[in-house]
Design a binder for this molecule. Structure first.
Ligand code: GLV
Ligand code: MN
Length: 195
């Protein structure tokens, strides 16, 4: 979904001020093969957190060689029972490839339809751009997936953290009315996300 490039490549100079769209290029004379290589997805991420999952991102900020090329990838590790909580990528469609284990992958359409599938090793599932989605490890052991994006920086809005863990917090009465629950419930959820 990113704009088409106007040159073969443009390794991001992350030190430079981002321009109106993306990063300026580092000088061509300094470009080496290493600029097109990234080993950060080879390591298992730590799943010792409340969700039991970990996203390792290979976006333009981690892998500057992706600048202007319109794609990126994540590695997502899941402990047994883990969830990658409901979230949105404002700038990208997502293709989920399960490499190990068994994931329930689901997304919601704007018309409140829930689409989901249990996806196992070698299988792929596509999540259209901008829609709320999640994954849950429904297998017995660990699970591992790689996700591909048609953006160098898909962006991510994690719904529980955004709604209940913002700084400053959203007023409790807004969330209570919005979710049709008592403010005690809102406070209990907020307390899990640092508010
Ligand atoms: C999974 O949903 C991911 O964003 O990598
Ligand atoms: Mn996602």
């Amino acid at each position: 979904a990113d704009p088409d490039p106007l040159q073969d490549f443009c390794i991001a100079d992350l030190e430079a001020q981002p321009s109106i769209n993306g990063f300026p290029c580092k000088p061509a004379s300094n470009v080496t093969s290493d600029d097109f290589f990234f080993d950060g997805l080879s390591k298992e991420g730590s799943t010792g957190n409340i969700f039991g999952s970990n996203v390792t991102a290979a976006n333009v900020l981690a892998f500057p060689g992706l600048n202007t090329l319109g794609l990126s990838m994540n590695r997502v590790d899941f402990a047994p029972g883990a969830v990658n909580p409901p979230h949105i990528h404002p700038r990208s469609t997502e293709l989920v490839l399960v490499v190990q284990g068994k994931l329930l992958v689901g997304f919601l359409t704007a018309g409140f339809v829930y689409h989901s599938k249990v996806v196992t090793a070698g299988e792929i599932f596509v999540i259209p751009r901008g829609l709320v989605h999640f994954q849950k490890n429904v297998g017995k052991g660990k699970a591992l997936s790689f996700t591909a994006f048609d953006s160098q920086l898909p962006g991510v809005v994690i719904l529980p953290l955004t709604l209940f863990g913002s700084t400053p917090p959203i007023p409790n009465d807004v969330l209570a009315k919005g979710f049709q629950v008592d403010e005690d419930v809102v406070k209990a959820i907020k307390s899990k996300f640092g508010n």
